[in-house]
Design a protein around this ligand. Structure first.
Ligand code: GLY
Ligand code: MN
Ligand code: MN
Length: 447
């Protein structure tokens, strides 16, 4: 197996030209709004560890990654000036401690005027000289890399870029389809390792091996949770312990292609048909929600209606009793499902712009009582987002219901039975269409 299986540069090369044109238009508008002439996008700098001469693994500026399929090239500068070919100041360090960045090659190079520099000081003379006409986009922890430009990340420009980023270009969709196929290869390998009785650590390693990515290349830390650990929403460990009683497995793991992410969750029963039945019910519920996604839908309303569906399911499964309205009103559904239905996805796993009503940055508030929802926008064609309902036994939240009417609605015996299995989340990545979705995740599982 090789990376060629996941990344087809011939396909990406065909859609890239249009992508660059779209980014130019967006940045032209951002510059106009900011009253500036040049947008300079910094790829980023590795962060040093406290009291150490080592660095955290490099995390590129997502603005830079959305222009260029370069995720491991610190200290580069992209200069966009309306009407001109973008200038890429490409840093190739004179360094024998590390491998310098490879010489620029690939489908993207023809679209840039590329200048290679070996020393940071050499960047200054290549940047536009009129600093007052420049805006910088990126993270700057010191002045060394800002070269005297003081308009950094102005909101006027950033809001335009963040609002627009929710809708993906054909190139971005190609990257995300590829990232979905890559992630699914990992999910298959992980399920196989789980069925073989492996530890969380070994399942994690099987995943990384199958997607051909190291942890630092993954879009987020893999959530590899056996048994009751599945109830910890962002379970962060990968235990090396081989369990004697394996009951269940929740895996939330993605992959990247040129910086674009997939974010996929599945849940498995080891040998309990009763638990498998609950997983199946959650899977059907998730697909029902996905079938309601289309352009024009209010995502926050979709999140609220998920609570209605979940209340019905809790009653059917005998985990709680009462009316649908009472279970929602008294916080019972929120105790079992304490996170948002999903979020925008792209060069960041929780992509920016989820609360923006327009490109000026007007905020659409979350519905009261739903403080973890990350997306409140009205859906538009070509947005890519996740649909990830969940159902968990989280004692901290169930205990919080004590002393309230919600507590009496819980069926403790049935909850006791479910607790050792942890929890279930089913997460797909979908592209919004005028009248439905393209389900990147299910398409990848089907292929
Ligand atoms: N993997 C984090 C999330 O699903 O949002
Ligand atoms: Mn997610
Ligand atoms: Mn996830």
């Amino acid at each position: 197996m090789s990376t060629q299986q996941f990344i087809d540069d011939a396909v990406l090369g065909r859609s890239y030209s249009n992508h660059v044109d779209t980014l130019k238009e967006r940045h032209d508008r951002a510059l106009e709004k900011a009253g500036a002439s040049h947008a300079i996008i910094f790829s980023g700098a590795p962060k040093p560890k406290f009291l150490d001469d080592n660095y955290y693994s490099f995390q590129p500026n997502p603005h830079f990654v959305s222009w260029l399929p370069l995720t491991a090239t610190p200290y580069c500068y992209l200069v966009h000036t309306p009407g001109e070919k973008p200038l890429l100041i490409y840093y190739q360090e004179n360094d024998y401690w590390h491998l310098p960045s490879a010489s620029p090659a690939g489908f993207w190079t023809a679209y840039y005027d590329i200048r290679i520099v070996n020393f940071i000081e050499d960047v200054a003379e290549l940047l536009p000289q009129d600093k007052d006409k420049c805006i910088l986009i990126g993270e700057f922890s010191d002045n060394e890399h800002a070269f005297g430009i003081d308009r950094i990340n102005p909101n006027t420009a950033i809001n335009i870029l963040h609002y627009a980023r929710a809708r993906k270009t054909p190139y971005e969709l190609d990257c995300m389809r590829a990232a979905s196929r890559r992630g699914v290869a990992g999910h298959r390998a992980a399920e196989e390792a789980f069925r073989a009785g492996s530890s969380e650590l070994d399942i994690h390693l099987a995943y990384c091996h199958a997607v051909e990515q190291t942890e630092k290349e993954l879009p987020y830390g893999n959530i590899i949770a056996l048994n009751e650990n599945g109830a910890v929403l962002h379970y962060q460990h990968q235990s090396p312990v081989v369990r004697e009683n394996v009951r269940s497995f929740l895996i939330d793991a993605g992959a990247t292609v040129y910086g674009y992410a997939s974010d996929i969750t599945r849940a498995y029963s080891y040998d309990s048909s009763e638990y498998q039945d609950i997983i199946n019910r959650m899977d059907s519920m998730q697909q029902d929600i996905v079938s309601e996604v289309k352009a024009g839908v209010d995502y926050a309303a979709l999140h609220i209606s998920t609570h209605e569906k979940l209340a019905t399911l809790l009653i059917d499964l005998d985990l709680a009793s009462g009316s649908v309205d009472a279970l929602i009103l008294n916080g019972v559904t929120s105790a079992f499902f304490p996170h948002g239905l999903g979020h925008l996805l792209g060069v960041q796993v929780h992509d920016v712009g989820g609360f923006m009503a327009d490109e000026s940055g007007t905020v659409i508030d979350r519905p009261p009582g739903h403080s973890f929802l990350r997306l409140t926008r009205t859906l538009e064609e070509d947005q890519v987002l996740t649909i990830e309902p969940g159902l968990y036994v989280i004692d901290m939240l169930l205990d919080n219901l004590q002393g309230s009417p919600g507590h009496a609605m819980l069926n403790q015996k049935r909850i006791d039975w479910l607790r050792p299995f942890g929890g279930i989340r089913i997460e797909d990545n979908v592209r919004v269409l005028q009248d439905g979705v393209e389900n990147l995740t299910r398409d990848a599982f089907a292929s």
